[in-house]
Structure formats: structure tokens, C-alpha cells
Design a protein. Structure first.
Length: 527
């Protein structure tokens, strides 16, 4: 047996933060006398597990799970093609608007926000003199400043360009209904009208425009930073201006049922990139003008805004939103893994895609747990850590996701229970600072799932979890809107995988390479 001295540091840290570690055949670890009282030796056992894939055709993807959404299309040989579209209701920011005499729509501008890099080396700036084109501007001149930023949230080919289209839907959406990622399943399909209301070419850079007097500290006009789409003026004349006196702009319930039921955002291409964005930051404004008070007066200009707020906004909104995904052209090995998994011996490879409903099931072997429990009673063991390490198969050369997460699935009184592990729940209001349950991978090539507290409940407190298995998925917990250190819900299904473009291949339990083999590592001491 080989001594592992550096485990001491990891074990002490584990106890300090109240989290856990992983397993192997019994190896001694020098701990010293101060850790558990008296002279003690530390040991590491590795327990076998059985791990395999499953895939759900559709996952819940409505506004309750959309701190961020995903748009675009991307294809690679392993997981195939993912096409992501987004649907949202919208509301007037003020009801019963008055548009004046003979109003007309001048323009309608919609901005989809993106995460961008604002460091100086990634920003390009152009300045135009609107007062005296082609001449260096003076302090009194009106100038246009165009800034271009590198988009950070792209997954795929950042040199590609795609056509982003906006269409309206023909289905009333309800806040108390559940909506899922596959729009082709079930009775709750959302109908999308074929007419394109506006299009824009989108790519790896995004810009905003500011107009101001050169010497002024305030702006005459400023655009948000995002993908800009000009929408059909005639559509908004019919839907908004022409409904001024019909009563259909007087309350939100009527507006979202009889005026505009919602918009769909999608791309035309089958392959390019996926990008993440915050739906609450979508901005749309209709600019209009009307006649002045006298015949020779210039037309007055004004505007009205719309909001896309959902419950994740700082001031909670009521718009229903849904992320839809179409997954196709998947690699043969991936398909076999989730259609015909080896549930008896486990798999050599495990596949996870953050946008297609794939999961990993990890089963502990009860005979090995019982043997370790017997050993605990006979030799006075104290368990100080239990964790699993999921090693990445780097041969696929896929971008590395930051997190994987897991929860417990078992039966209780005849009913299936899905719940977060005690290792998460007992630090519920301190995540992520004090919970190392699923630490960010960083420079490592493996992910850690730490179940020390859960393991101690099983082997030291003899709690039973009938037919239990660990479910593993990509992503991380959804956090509260006002307190980002608080997990939004104890439900394991509130996670950010709905808007996660990443995919990863992991080594399973059924491989010869012991260093990368998935197993449960258990750390303990004994007198």
C-alpha cells in the first residue's frame, strides 16, 4: 500500500468547510493526532459504481428556469446539431397610451443583449462628424460614436454570421402552465406565424451607437449594446396605433391574448454558433410621430417602450418565455449510449449535453456499502470524506464546461423523490462560497461531486434510500435574483442547463485505466 501524504491537506480543508471527497482500495494516510482526537491513521478506499446514460426528449424550459436563454445553431460530430429558438411574451410599459392626431410609426427597434468584452483591447471605436461630415469635429459639433465589442457568450464558430429572424406567435401563453424544450411533443405546441417581422445579421461582434454634442456630458441618443433588429412598421401600426381607442391596450390580459401574443426569435442557418443572453434585458421601442397643434407645425416625435421581464428580473415580471431546442444528426456512439445503456456493468464513456436532456445515472453497489458498514463497526472507522471524480475524455477536444451538478433520486413510501444532497442543503444560504459539492473545474481535467454528509447519513446514521441513484447533468444551481449567494430552490430541476450550450464526454466506470475510472472514493480514520 502506498502512502499519500498530500491527502492530509485535502482532508483538513474538507472538514473545515463541511464538504466531501472520493474512493479506492484501502491505502493509509498520515493524519496525526489533532484531527479526530488521539492517534489516528487515515485511509482511502475506492468503491465501485455503475454509471450509464439516459436522455429525456424534452426538459422544462419556461421562464421559471431561464435566468439566461440560448439562441442559434451549432453542429459537431459527437453530439450533433442543436438549434435553439426563443419565445417570449411582451407588454407595454404603460397602458392606455395616447398617440395624438394622425399618428404614424417611424421605426421599431429591438435589441437582444449579449455578454460582451469591454476591455480596451477588444473595443473598436469610430467617430463621425454629423454636423460637418469628413471634418474633424469641434466642441459644438454633433458627433456619432460607434463602439464595437467582442461577444463573450458564443459557443461554436465565432467567425460565422447567421440571420436572426423575429416572428409573432399564434398561441396564448399562460403563466401557470409548464412549457418544455421540444415544441413537437404533447398538446401544448406553440404555433408560430410564417411572416418575418424583422431580421438582422449576427456574429462575433456587437455594437452600440451614441449621438451627442462633442463637448456635452449627456447624449442626444444612445442605443443599447446588443444585436439590433428593425421591425415591421406596418405591423405595429396595425397592432398598436390602430388599437388606441379599441380598449385592447387598456389591460395586459387583453393585450397578450388579442393584440400580440408573443414573439419567436430564431436563426435561419443550421450551423454556426449558440449564444447566451438575459431575456430580461431585451429592449424594444416604437418611435412614432403625430401632427402638431397648427397646420404648418412640424410633426411631434415620441416613443413607447415594451418590456420582456420575467420572474428573474429585479422587479419581477409576468411574461411567459420558453426556450425550444431541436437536436439532430447525433453521433452513433452517443445515440447507442442513451438508447441501449449497459445498466448492469456500466459504460466506458458518459455523455452530457446541456441542451438535449442527457443525464448520467450513477448507482452505488449496496454489497460494498454493507461491507464497509460492517468494517466500520468492527474497526471503529470514522468517515471524513466521500466523493466522485468524473474525468474528461480529452480526445474529443470540446470546450470544457465549468460545472456538472448532481442530485439524489430514490423511492420513499412508494413515491419517487428527487432532491439535492445534504451536502448542498445544509449550506443552502451560503452557496457557492462554503459549499464544495460541485466546485468549478478550473484547470483540472475532472469534476468533483462531494457527498460526504450523504454518505455519513447512510453508513453512520443508517438512513435508507430505496433504489437510490445519483443523477448527474451539466450546469449549476439557479441562484436568487436579489441574493446571488442563495440557491433559488431546493428542487434539483432548477438548474441552468436549459441555457447551457456546453457538451462533454466523461470516462465511465467500465474502463481499464484506474486513474480515470469513475469510482466512489471514501476517506476515513481508525484508531
Amino acid at each position: 500500500m502506498k502512502k499519500i501524504f498530500n491527502i492530509l491537506v485535502a482532508s483538513v480543508l474538507t472538514l473545515t468547510v463541511g464538504t466531501s471527497v472520493v474512493s479506492c482500495n484501502e491505502d493509509p494516510i498520515g493524519l496525526g493526532g489533532g484531527l479526530v482526537g488521539g492517534d489516528a491513521s487515515g485511509y482511502l478506499d475506492s468503491l465501485d459504481v455503475i454509471a450509464y446514460n439516459s436522455r429525456f426528449d424534452s426538459i422544462r424550459s419556461d421562464q421559471r428556469f431561464l435566468q439566461n436563454a440560448l439562441l442559434g445553431a451549432y453542429e459537431e460530430p459527437v453530439f450533433g446539431r442543436t438549434q435553439a429558438s426563443f419565445i417570449s411574451q411582451l407588454r407595454l410599459t404603460s397602458l392606455s397610451p395616447s398617440f395624438g392626431k394622425n399618428p404614424s410609426v417611424d421605426s421599431v427597434q429591438l435589441f437582444i443583449p449579449v455578454y460582451y468584452n469591454s476591455t480596451s483591447d477588444s473595443v473598436r471605436v469610430d467617430t463621425l462628424n454629423l454636423s460637418k461630415p469628413g471634418i474633424k469635429p469641434e466642441d459644438s459639433d454633433t458627433i456619432l460614436i460607434r463602439k464595437s465589442y467582442r461577444v463573450d457568450s458564443i459557443y461554436g464558430n465565432r467567425n460565422a454570421t447567421m440571420t436572426l429572424n423575429v416572428k409573432d406567435i399564434n398561441t396564448v401563453l399562460y403563466t401557470d402552465k409548464a412549457y418544455y424544450s421540444n415544441n413537437n411533443l404533447g398538446e401544448d405546441q406553440i404555433a408560430v406565424n410564417s411572416t418575418v417581422l424583422g431580421s438582422a445579421s449576427v456574429g462575433g461582434r456587437v455594437q452600440n451607437i451614441t449621438i451627442k454634442q462633442k463637448s456635452s456630458s449627456s447624449n442626444i441618443y444612445e442605443e443599447p449594446i446588443g444585436y439590433k433588429i428593425n421591425l415591421d412598421k406596418n405591423y405595429f401600426k396595425e397592432k398598436i396605433i390602430d388599437n388606441e381607442k379599441t380598449g385592447m391596450l387598456d389591460d395586459y390580459a387583453t393585450f397578450i391574448r388579442r393584440v400580440i401574443q408573443g414573439f419567436q426569435f430564431s436563426v435561419e442557418e443550421n450551423n454556426g454558433f449558440l449564444f447566451a443572453f438575459n431575456p430580461n434585458d431585451i429592449q424594444m421601442r416604437m418611435y412614432y410621430s403625430n401632427e402638431g397643434s397648427t397646420d404648418d407645425a412640424e410633426r411631434n416625435s415620441s416613443s413607447i417602450a415594451f418590456n420582456f421581464y420575467n420572474l428573474w428580473n429585479a422587479t419581477s415580471g409576468s411574461n411567459v418565455q420558453v426556450n425550444h431546442f431541436i437536436n439532430s444528426n447525433q453521433g452513433a456512439d452517443f445515440v447507442r449510449n442513451y438508447t441501449s445503456p449497459n445498466k448492469t456493468e456500466g459504460e466506458s464513456k458518459l455523455y452530457l449535453n446541456g441542451a438535449d436532456g442527457t443525464r448520467v445515472h450513477v448507482k452505488l453497489i449496496q454489497d460494498q456499502l454493507n461491507a464497509l458498514r460492517t468494517k466500520k463497526e468492527a474497526e471503529g472507522l470514522t468517515f471524513i470524506g466521500a466523493k466522485l471524480e468524473f474525468h474528461i475524455d480529452n480526445s474529443y477536444n470540446l470546450p470544457k464546461p465549468g460545472f456538472i451538478m448532481a442530485w439524489n433520486n430514490y423511492k420513499k413510501e412508494g413515491k419517487v423523490v428527487d432532491e439535492l444532497f445534504a451536502d448542498v442543503l445544509e449550506f443552502y444560504n451560503s452557496y457557492p462560497n462554503n459549499v464544495h459539492f460541485n466546485p468549478m473545474i478550473g484547470s483540472n481535467n475532472y469534476y468533483t461531486i462531494d457527498i460526504t454528509k450523504h454518505f455519513k447519513k447512510m453508513l453512520e446514521q443508517n438512513e435508507e434510500f430505496e433504489d437510490q441513484e445519483m443523477i448527474v447533468a451539466l450546469g449549476n444551481f439557479l441562484m436568487g435574483t436579489s441574493d446571488t449567494s442563495t440557491i433559488f430552490s431546493t428542487s434539483p430541476f432548477y438548474r441552468n442547463t436549459v441555457a447551457n450550450p456546453y457538451r462533454v464526454v466523461l470516462h465511465g466506470n467500465n474502463i481499464q485505466d484506474e486513474a480515470k475510472k469513475l469510482k466512489l472514493k471514501v476517506y476515513y480514520t481508525k484508531k
